[in-house]
Unconditional design. Structure first.
Length: 170
């Protein structure tokens, strides 16, 4: 019985203290919003004018298949949208390089190559790749190559065109 009195006194003190300080414990609820970033082709990775590998070609009187090859290296992708679904990148090269009414037709399109994360990248076809990692990516790079044919009797001059790139969430 001697030991029971101190225990009862301790319990009574605890009850009195908790009554004095507001009773039961309470919780504070926390809430935070994390906003999606961008899924984007980094514009600066495509800045400038691309010149053909090897420079200009000379008219020869024979068709020169794939004579003008363009390497668009280190196209940069940032996937910060937080969707976790990956993305698809599509390239649409101009059907012709033009100089007034003169055309150099699209040759063999080598397409996408040299992915910085090849383990999570699928080349669907020469003009489309799919990135399947659900973790997002910052600073992903890939190269794109495209070629044009020089007809046998085309006019000399400067020919221009574009490759349009588009990215979508999977």
């Amino acid at each position: 019985m001697k030991n029971v009195k101190p225990i009862l006194a301790g319990i009574a003190g605890t009850i009195a203290a908790s009554s004095m300080f507001g009773g039961a414990n309470e919780n504070a609820s926390l809430s935070a919003t994390v906003s999606a970033g961008a899924l984007e082709i980094v514009a600066s990775s495509l800045s400038g004018t691309y010149n053909p590998v090897g420079g200009a070609v000379t008219i020869t009187g024979s068709t020169q298949t794939d004579a003008l090859v363009f390497n668009i290296d280190s196209i940069e992708i940032d996937d910060l949208d937080g969707s976790g679904t990956g993305w698809t990148l599509t390239a649409t090269p101009a059907a012709n390089l033009v100089n007034g009414g003169n055309n150099l037709p699209l040759g063999t399109t080598a397409g996408f190559n040299n992915a910085s994360d090849s383990g999570n990248t699928t080349v669907d076809n020469a003009n489309q790749i799919t990135y399947t990692s659900g973790t997002g990516v910052d600073g992903y790079t890939i190269d794109y190559d495209v070629a044009y044919t020089v007809p046998a009797f085309v006019d000399a001059g400067t020919y221009t065109g574009v490759v349009a790139f588009a990215i979508t969430t999977n």
